[in-house]
Design a protein around this ligand. Structure first.
Ligand code: E4P
Length: 215
């Protein structure tokens, strides 16, 4: 299972990279806006640190505007993957861009039928937003299971990025389902390492070690 980190913060990316937890990065306009730095500087810094796909979001709405915007974004660095919104214009753009060899990540996916359209358009990556569906009182992970079943049924080549992850249970469920990728906020990556019995165990071993004669 690949881990992407869901952030535009270079310090978080560096820390997670040192722990071997970064196969790629996903950003969006909200995450980039938190950095208070010029957009191009943020993306270039990320691409310098990470040896893997870096998703950068296009903000145009029509296919005629999305396609040139995506071409421009893809020139920032060879690892840039362009995030395209799940709209019919977005699907026109995905088909054209993938034919040109520009990798796309269809974002803001909230139903398996939307994912099916993105698969048929030839998207390299598809991002179902599980946390936002949970927030709306739907079972977000059910959508992921449906997407994986559709890929299995027909042999589509798109990879599913489980996105909008809020907690470790999302990551565990994604892994058990066999999702290709989870894009995880840094805070949740840290949570994955925690268990109270680990802390208790370390404390006990350290205090018992004090009782061991050293010579
Ligand atoms: C990643 O590609 C998405 O943009 C991100 O996971 C959305 O997360 P949020 O729902 O917590 O904003």
């Amino acid at each position: 299972m690949k881990f992407f980190i869901d952030t535009a913060n270079i310090e978080e990316i560096k820390k997670a990279t040192r722990m071997g937890l970064v196969d790629g990065v996903t950003t969006n306009p909200t995450l980039v806006s938190r950095e208070n730095r010029p957009f191009l500087d943020v993306i270039r810094d990320i691409c310098e640190v990470v040896d893997g796909p870096v998703s950068v979001e296009a903000v145009s709405m029509t296919a005629d505007e999305l396609i040139p915007e995506a071409r421009k974004l893809s020139k920032i660095h060879p690892n840039v993957v362009v995030k395209i919104p799940m709209t019919l214009d977005g699907m026109v753009a995905v088909r054209q861009l993938e034919q040109e060899g520009i990798k796309t990540n269809v974002t803001l996916v909230f139903s398996p039928n939307q994912a099916l359209l993105a698969m048929k358009a030839g998207a390299s990556y598809i991002s179902p937003f599980v946390g936002r569906l949970d927030d709306a009182a739907h079972e977000g992970m059910d959508m992921v299971a449906d997407c994986l079943e559709i890929i299995e049924n027909y042999g589509f080549t798109s990879e599913i990025i489980v996105a909008s992850i809020r907690h470790p249970l999302h990551v565990l469920t994604a892994a058990r389902m066999g999702a290709h990728i989870a894009t995880i906020p840094y805070k949740v990556m840290v949570q994955l390492s925690k268990h109270p019995l680990t802390d208790v165990g370390i404390e006990r071993f350290l205090s018992d070690w004090e009782k061991v004669p050293k010579t």
